[in-house]
Design a protein around this ligand. Structure first.
Ligand SMILES: [Zn+2]
Ligand SMILES: [Zn+2]
Length: 655
């Protein structure tokens, strides 16, 4: 029987009998066969929506199928590469530390880890080079990843005899007949695969971190050692990665936040609760004002709601049933039976504002916007600077719209998000459209007609706005489809920022209505949207993206005026006052320190403009200007102010 293999460009190759991904690649070119890591296959008779299954290069394809040969550039290719590398690291660990036991070893977005039980051995950074060396040794000996199907009893016997209770526990939960072992060299692991053909493609290794991790994430169980690593098919790629890592360290927003005196944390206040310092608060206000101006333009109405709400509110919204146990627990009052909760989301409050008056079809769309502070309990191990916190402020809004207005409103929201990204020079972003799993419509609430309309609306709106989109089936929330924006920062790292979600659930739960043209009662549709995501997260991403060199309009201190000596302090103050009159955030640094020392200290704050004044400047009514460390020469104070105003107005990167 002939097998037709279809490629992404639509071309087809026929093979006489079953064929492997490797053979297909070889039939095209030896070069391709050397580069390909795995293959994604979707049989023609497979009607499920989705991209297909990733399989190893030596697994036969037995039916007519569409395939993609996965290389290093494909995230799925990297995934197989890094997962295989976890096996390679395990092999090295077993060779160096006999008796080591293994938990799980998955691939990550960047690299992989393995959770291991090393008994009494406490691993330190000093041990890592020896493990890396061993890995490269095994990689070099080109050991195949060999798959064997194992009966459950035999699988249990193998790991019982080996004394690895973690694998035994995992096997216990598996179905007999579906268990496979993979072997590379001397090391055998329980695994579903797929893997690389052999270890020789792994050419460069870096083990990046050691951490503690509880077995199965359960604090009451064994603490294991988690070893993180990353590998590459070329040495030069590792070198590039290490440079990027160094740069990322310099841009770490936690480090910048401290140097720039923007925010801090205090264990007395509590974990994950950021304290915004005066400079950070000035910046935050600028961010809010920046959005507020746009909200006006787009017809949003401001609302303000409390930081707590009756527990019953969240029972009604469904948040309590879904997240109640993992949230901050209810607050009790002296009144028997009265319970409040810290607000985990603003939406229920906004629904009640909608309900506060009768609404007609002519009132819609209604757009309520709030910089709403919410509280979510995150595990202490999950907390990270401003990106994972327990208290944060969403640039939130809820749009209540008629079904026929959905697409237009969606387009306006996309416009707003694009405006925001453009203003901060995030040029590289993708939008993920998350739709229903069409095979399991029963998992979602809301009528077919409404879903079709909403999904179609999002897809069309995204296309009309020229967004680069990825469509994911089955990734929608149970209450509606959504659009999430991922931005790439200056180092090429991906961050999730803005999100737009359609919601049929809350209007139902809160019995929201409007009176239609014909006098009948109808349900509005809700759109949740947040262009920044949250002020905290956005600040973190922006700091890492810009390395702390914020746009001039956003910098907390825009200008520092520096008299070269005490003699010119009065002139410096006069210049500073003139700037303040023109709404420039400026201050004088006339501390009794050398000019060089003051400049070095100010550079940590990343003040964009330094204005230096001395004898000559005072005599001529001028200032000497430095912008982002580059000399701009001297100019009249009025000219400086004019240039400043123009630069802010055009949001330009130069002065
Ligand atoms: Zn595996
Ligand atoms: Zn919401």
């Amino acid at each position: 029987m002939m097998i037709d293999i279809r490629f992404p460009d639509g071309s087809v190759r026929s093979f006489e009998e079953e064929v492997t991904g490797y053979q297909i690649a070889e039939s095209i070119s030896p070069r391709l066969a050397a580069d390909v890591l795995a293959v994604s296959v979707k049989a023609d008779d497979d009607t499920a929506v989705g991209k297909g299954n990733v399989i190893g290069l030596d697994t036969p394809i037995v039916k007519n199928s569409s395939i993609r040969l996965l290389k290093w550039d494909d995230p799925e290719g990297k995934h197989v590469f890094w997962h295989s590398s976890a096996h390679l690291m395990a092999q090295a660990l077993e060779a160096l530390y006999p008796g080591v036991k293994f938990g799980i070893g998955p691939a990550l977005e960047n690299g992989f880890y393995y959770d291991v039980d090393l008994g009494d051995k406490v691993l330190s950074d000093n041990d890592l080079p020896a493990i890396e060396k061993k890995m490269l040794e095994f990689a070099h000996s080109r050991e195949a990843f060999q798959c064997t199907h194992v009966a459950k009893a035999d699988a249990l016997k193998y790991f019982n005899e080996k004394g690895d209770e973690y694998k035994v526990e995992l096997i216990d939960e598996l179905e007999d007949g579906k268990i496979t072992f993979y072997q590379n060299g001397s090391f055998t692991d329980l695994c579903r695969g797929p893997h690389l053909r052999d270890t020789s493609m792994i050419k460069a290794v870096k083990l990046t971190a050691i951490a503690g991790a509880y077995w199965r994430g359960d604090e009451k169980r064994q603490q294991l050692t988690r070893i993180y690593g990353i590998t590459f098919p070329k040495k030069s790629l590792l070198d590039e990665y290490l440079v990027m890592l160094e740069e990322a360290k310099k841009r770490d927003h936690r480090k910048l936040g401290k140097e720039m005196e923007l925010f801090t944390f205090s264990s007395r206040v509590g974990l994950g609760l950021p304290l915004w310092l005066p400079r950070g608060s000035v910046m935050r206000l600028q961010l809010e004002n920046f959005l507020r101006r746009k909200l006006d333009e787009y017809g949003y109405l401001p609302v303000v709601t409390p930081h707590i709400g009756s527990k019953q509110l969240y029972v009604t919204s469904g948040h309590y049933a879904k997240y109640g146990k993992d949230s901050f627990q209810p607050i009790h009052t002296p009144q028997e039976g009265e319970e409040y909760m810290l607000k985990p989301m603003n939406c229920p409050h906004h629904c009640e504002i909608y309900r506060s008056a009768p609404r007609s079809y002519r009132d819609l769309p209604l757009r309520f916007a709030e910089f709403g502070t919410v509280y979510r309990y995150e595990q202490s191990g999950e907390l990270h600077g401003l990106t994972r916190v327990r208290c944060f402020t969403q640039d939130d809004a809820h749009l209540f719209v008629r079904p026929d207005q959905l697409k237009e409103e969606f387009e306006k929201v996309i416009d707003l998000i694009l405006y925001v990204f453009g203003s901060f020079k995030f040029q590289n972003f993708t939008a993920q459209v998350s739709l229903r799993d069409p095979e399991h419509k029963e998992k979602y609430i809301g009528s077919d007609e409404n879903w079709d309309r909403a999904e179609q609306g999002i897809i069309e709106a995204a296309a009309e706005k020229g967004l680069q989109t990825v469509v994911e089936y089955g990734e929608a929330a149970f209450y509606g489809p959504k659009l999430d924006f991922m931005v790439k920062d200056a180092l090429g790292r991906k961050w999730q920022l803005g999100t737009v979600q359609v919601d049929y659930n809350l209007p139902e739960r809160f019995q929201l209505e409007y009176t239609d043209k014909d006098g009948s009662k109808k349900r509005p549709v809700m759109i949740h949207r947040a262009p920044f995501g949250s002020i905290e997260r956005f600040t973190a991403v922006l700091l890492e993206h810009t390395a702390g060199h914020l746009p001039l309009w956003l910098a907390p201190d825009q200008v520092k005026v520096l008299p070269v000596s005490e003699k010119y302090a009065d002139y410096a103050k006069k210049v500073c006052d003139l700037m303040k009159k023109s709404d420039i955030r400026s201050s004088v640094d006339d501390r009794n320190e050398t000019l060089g020392k003051r400049i070095r200290e100010i550079s940590l704050l990343r003040v964009p403009l330094l204005v230096i004044v001395g004898e000559k400047e005072m005599a001529e009514g001028t200032v000497s200007v430095r912008y982002e460390g580059v000399d701009q020469g001297s100019m009249k104070v009025e000219d400086f102010i004019a240039r400043f105003t123009a630069s802010v107005a055009s949001n330009s990167a130069s002065f």
